[in-house]
Design a protein around this ligand. Structure first.
Ligand code: SF4
Length: 464
């Protein structure tokens, strides 16, 4: 949809450089990866990154609507920029991501100063949409769209660790989740395109790649092809085996997994492929089968336990992280305590916790048995304390061990230190100075003797 914008004069493009841009990203890794690609598109159009948000000629908010507080955040930012736009009509204001998809045209009524509202499926069409804006139109791009392979080079935040999308969207129907309605149906990229992107990154010096998907275990189910044994030709396991030989890459990770589709074949492949790191992010959401059924998650607690047991059979030291929702509609105290028990039993290295937040276009939002804010706050406080205690217990196993750490850069809080991650994804800090002189650099793989353990990070000394 298009309408006339508030612009008074042609955009800077008519006068050479296109000016500066600023991108603020809310939410998940998928959004971070989309923002890197949109920054790459803006730079290929001649924009340069601004020093500060309030100095930029083009401001883009890549938004998240997974919970109400995430959605509300963008409106306070937009208020500030709308004021700027009233003074400077040539400022370009863009809202991208999941709030844009969810709200669409109604965002223009709420913030008439906006130039472009674009859903996540349109991220790599930013240049086409901005061309319409530069013609003086107000543009809303939220229609279902097949995501074409992206030729622009993403402007990545790291030069060592990169995100690579392998599947967009989600076909599941978890009753609390807004993702399917804002990111659309599953669209898997072809393995050859994924490998080509990974080879390009390795050639630039990237050492670690994280393969991304909202439900990455669904990778390939929308691609044609059945093997002689009768199974899908394209699965996450096949993809890992196909990209494993990319030269120059040291580590491969993937997220986010779904217990419903997590297979033994995948676990065996992860154990047998040296570059695949021993860290698994597998949201369980609740420790109670009745709640899981109400969430339409499609698995039981027992199935979840069996997955973790099998992982630990093949990779005893693997780290397990997860997501959990407390105070889901109707969740009784007993059901909530089964969630606490499961966290204790599994012994997670990390758990991202959230209190249930009713979302538009999701079934559970209309259910009568919503729980009070007090219950949400209390359960969140209690579960966060438990998660920290269990993570501290898990971290204790690193004490005195030597861990391989991939250096990602200087510790922003202490320039005498560098920081990086173990293969099990534990953040680790150690002195930047090398024994023989010089400094450890981003991309170095260093054996670090762990001397100090905390709940979610480690410190140590590089081994000679
Ligand atoms: S699997 Fe469920 S929770 Fe995850 S993105 Fe899809 S619908 Fe949402």
């Amino acid at each position: 949809m298009t309408a006339t914008s508030l612009r008074t004069s042609p955009s800077p493009s008519a006068t050479g450089g296109r000016g500066s841009y600023w991108i603020t990203t809310f939410g998940c890794q998928m959004n971070k990866a989309d923002s890197e690609r949109m920054a790459g598109i803006l730079e290929s159009m001649g924009y340069r990154e601004a020093q500060a948000e309030l100095e930029a000629d083009l401001v883009l908010y890549n938004t998240c609507t997974i919970r109400d507080n995430a959605e509300q955040k963008v409106y306070s930012y937009l208020g500030r920029q709308a004021q700027r736009k009233r003074v400077n009509p040539n400022l370009t204001l863009v809202v991208a991501g999941c709030v844009a998809q969810q709200e669409g045209e109604s965002l223009l009524r709420r913030v008439p100063e906006l130039d472009l509202v674009m859903g996540p499926q349109h991220a790599n069409r930013l240049d086409v949409l901005l061309a319409q804006v530069e013609q003086g139109q107000q543009v809303v791009a939220t229609e279902e769209h097949h995501i074409l392979e992206d030729i622009t080079t993403a402007r990545r935040d790291s030069s060592i660790c990169g995100w690579v999308n392998v599947i967009y969207g989600c076909n599941e129907r978890c009753t609390y989740c807004v993702v399917p309605s804002v990111r659309g149906k599953e669209q898997s990229r072809l393995p050859e395109a994924i490998k080509l992107e990974m080879e390009g990154l390795a050639a630039q010096g990237f050492k670690e790649i994280t393969l991304l998907g909202q439900n990455i275990d669904a990778y390939g189910r929308d691609l044609p092809g059945i093997t002689p044994e009768g199974r899908r030709q394209h699965t996450l396991t096949d993809l890992l085996q196909f990209v494993h030989d990319v030269e120059g890459l040291e580590r491969i990770r993937f997220a986010t997994s779904h217990p419903r589709y997590f297979t033994e074949r995948l676990i065996d492949a992860c154990a047998d492929l040296p570059k695949v790191c021993e860290h698994f992010h597998i949201p369980f959401q609740s420790g109670d089968d009745e709640v899981l059924k109400a969430m339409a998650r499609g698995y039981t607690v027992d199935r979840y336990r069996r997955i973790i047991d099998r992982i630990r059979e093949r990779m005893p030291d693997a780290s397990i992280s997860a997501d959990v929702i407390v105070a889901f509609p109707g969740e009784t105290d007993a059901q909530y305590h089964r969630t606490l028990d499961l966290i204790e039993e599994i012994g997670f290295d990390q758990v991202n916790t959230a209190a249930y937040s009713p979302r538009p276009n999701t079934p559970a939002a209309d259910w009568p048995n919503q729980l009070s804010e007090e219950v949400k706050v209390e359960r969140l406080r209690e579960i966060n304390a438990l998660v920290e205690r269990v993570a501290r217990q898990r971290s204790a196993r690193y004490a005195g061990r030597s861990e391989q750490v991939l250096v990602e850069g200087i510790n922003p809080k202490d320039p005498e230190q560098v920081m990086g991650r173990t293969r099990t994804n534990r953040l680790t800090f150690f002195p930047a100075a090398r024994a023989g002189g010089g400094q450890w650099q981003a991309g170095d793989l260093v054996e670090v003797r762990i001397e100090e353990v905390r709940a979610f990070s480690l410190s140590g000394t590089a081994q000679p």
